[in-house]
Design a protein around this ligand. Sequence first.
Ligand code: 8X3
Length: 255
Amino acid sequence: MNRLSGKNIIITGATSGIGRAAAYQFCELGANLFLTGRRAERLDEIKSDLLKTNPDSEINTYTFDLADRSACNHFVESINCDIDILINNAGLALGKDAVYELDRSDIDQMFAVNVQGLLELTRLISPQMKARNVGHIINVGSTAGHEAYAGGVVYCATKHAVKAITESTKKDLHGSEVRVSMVSPGMVETEFSNVRFKGDNEKAESVYKGFKPLTADDIAEIIVFIANRPEHVNIMDTIIYPVSQSSPTMVYRDE
Ligand code: 8X3
């Protein structure tokens, strides 16, 4: 059953990876999309591609950096309809350095996007959901939010924060009909590792060598499944690994 047709859905970080894949899947189901990202060209391309196969879709794009609080405010003020589903997808890892080698600006950027950006949009969108007594906030966490690993001190901390934010938000909205959920993917082959290793493609590709990682579509399917449950069903979290992965650092490789 499709319960998503006509729903107004914000997807942050929609220019690539899981956010982009989710945009395509929600569009197929007839949702109205509000896509955010930092790369205007990518958003334009996605919009025109989606309109080719779904000409009647309503697709709105917004180019801004989630780390910019006034831009977040401006974005929310510019939406003139109620939002049914907020998908806080935008997030990134920068570097794989030990705590004693960390780059200060990497720390700031990861917290600014993964935690403060997510919180800012949640803070701005949740009041209208609470007032209407309906809505769904879906946060994209990570297995790194369940188990910390060496070289991931900041990324793991931000994803543990996403888990805490998800749980507290659910409890803050206790007694309302607003749903709050999280997906926690393991290794998904997207631009994630290119970003983490700052354009070092060889290093990025080696992350996914010798096993079949998850795809962005695999995770988008889970997000759509969570969003498409009946209104009394709230999936709190989902931990998704490729079959070859058993923990953030245990990956069985062929070679
Ligand atoms: C999952 C990515 O590197 O922590 O968010 O496995 S990683």
